[in-house]
Design a protein around this ligand. Structure first.
Ligand SMILES: [Ca+2]
Ligand SMILES: [Ca+2]
Length: 186
């Protein structure tokens, strides 16, 4: 009699054991699959409800899904994924600018057709084009910092001050020439 031949109780016993083993294996497989699905779907990365944060320069920022990374506003919708999840480049937010941006990150220029990110306000540069981001009650900027020289600039890109690095460089940057005759680079 060959070893794989069976009959009577022995045979049904062996078949039953195989069936039970198969059922146990199937059960285990389902359990593992279920646990995997649960891990993937039941513990989703919850996006932050409130994305307000302060950047390292103490300005208003955008909080990534990791709830740690705080981006300067001008990193939003610039085509570069600065948040690991890409939240700073989300199609919804970037498809309708600036309306879909967090409102605290947007500064409306004097001409309401134009807007800038708030980190471009009071940075010494004429980002609005009419200097409303640097001068006036809406911008409410502090006086020129130590790295800047206050005068009426000749160049469009400046508003109330020029960088001291432009002082005494042999070129006129202030209407009154104070950049060449008074200012020091410090
Ligand atoms: Ca970006
Ligand atoms: Ca500016």
């Amino acid at each position: 009699m060959s070893s794989d031949h069976c009959c009577g109780e022995c045979c049904s016993c062996s078949r039953r054991a195989i069936c039970v083993s198969a059922l146990v294996l199937a059960g285990l497989s389902l359990t593992v699959t279920g646990v995997t699905i649960a891990l993937v779907f039941a513990v989703p990365k919850q996006p932050p409800v409130n994305r307000e944060c302060r950047t390292s320069q103490n300005g208003s920022g955008f909080l990534c899904d990791d709830r740690v990374t705080c981006l300067p506003p001008s990193a939003l919708c610039d085509g570069v994924h600065n948040c690991l999840s890409g939240a700073d480049e989300s199609q919804h937010m970037c498809s309708d600018l600036p309306n879909n941006l967090p409102s605290n990150l947007v500064f409306r220029c004097g001409d309401s057709r134009f807007w800038i990110f708030v980190d471009k306000k009071c940075n010494g540069m004429n980002d609005c084009g009419d200097c409303s981001d640097e001068i006036g009650i809406y911008a409410a900027c502090p006086p020129c910092g130590p790295q800047w020289w206050e005068c009426t600039p000749v160049e469009f890109q400046y508003c109330l001050c020029i960088p001291r690095s432009l002082c005494k460089d042999g070129r006129q940057h202030c209407y009154d020439w104070s950049d060449e005759y008074v200012c020091t680079r410090g």
